[in-house]
Design a protein around this ligand. Structure first.
Ligand code: PEP
Length: 258
């Protein structure tokens, strides 16, 4: 009873062409309506590749589906000579409501620093979309017992210069890198420990309204079978789901965790 609406976001990564995307969203919509899913009680977001967004928009608008959709990345630039980049305005024009920024795969394979993540989150906000800011430690940091300090520092850097009001509306995803796509799930206690530390830090820097409003998700090998144990934790407001979001039944089960 935190007053925060739980959020389940499915990051498809570089999978599914636009036809497969439409098929998955249709199947997900059927699954959710079958389960009598209450979209006001638990927000459902799919995060397809850029090339699927127009098709997903057409389907969501045409069938008046209640699910929302997001993008996996955004340019820090507004427009101009940036070949291959996609701007926040372009995404907003396609009805995108969320933008994942700083996913560990972007940080690792594309060298995205907290400063870049910060600029991307800023760009998303500037086009009235909600950033899902990803943070989380790798295995070495976890083994050294420095996961809380490391993750909280990423939050500080990624949200530097944001107002309390902006932070209140944000989504932060805690994704321990060692638990992504490995089948290795952090325990509910592990998830709670870091999600609580993130919220405590936000309370310290931005105040109560920001800390009580910001939604903190857990991500890393979440499945229908393990989601409930994570969701009972006080500071976990939802999940960022990779692999399991590519199957309608599985992701539908995650959305219907309660
Ligand atoms: C992710 O990459 O955001 C993720 C959580 O992946 P998976 O669920 O496959 O571990």
């Amino acid at each position: 009873t935190s007053g925060r609406t739980p959020l389940m976001a499915g990051n498809w990564k570089m999978n599914l062409n636009h036809l497969e995307a439409v098929a998955l969203v249709q199947k997900l919509a059927w699954t959710l309506s079958d389960k009598k899913h209450d979209h006001d009680a638990v927000e459902v977001v799919v995060v397809p590749p850029f090339t699927d967004l127009r098709s997903v928009q057409t389907l969501v608008d045409g069938d008046r589906l209640k699910l929302k959709y997001g993008a996996q990345d955004v340019s820090v630039h507004e427009s101009g000579a940036y070949t291959g980049e996609i701007s926040a305005a372009m995404l907003a024009k396609l009805g995108v409501s969320y933008v994942v920024v700083g996913h560990s795969e972007r940080r690792e394979y594309h060298g995205e620093s907290d400063a870049v993540v910060n600029a991307k989150a800023r760009a998303a906000l500037g086009a009235e979309m909600t950033p899902i800011v990803c943070v989380g430690e790798g295995l070495e940091v976890r083994k050294a017992g420095e996961h809380v300090a490391y993750t909280v520092a990423q939050v500080d850097g990624s949200l530097a210069g944001f107002s309390a009001e902006e932070v209140a509306g944000l989504v932060i995803a805690y994704e321990p890198v060692w638990a992504i796509g490995t089948g290795e799930v952090a325990t509910p206690e592990d998830a709670q420990e870091v999600c609580a530390a993130i919220r405590a830090r936000i309370r310290e820097v931005h105040g109560d309204a920001a800390a009580d409003g910001v939604r903190v998700l857990y991500g890393g090998s979440v499945k229908a079978a393990n989601v409930a144990g994570i969701m009972v934790k006080e500071d976990v407001d939802g999940a960022l789901v990779g692999g399991a979001s590519l199957q309608a039944d599985e992701f539908g089960g995650i959305c219907r965790f309660y």
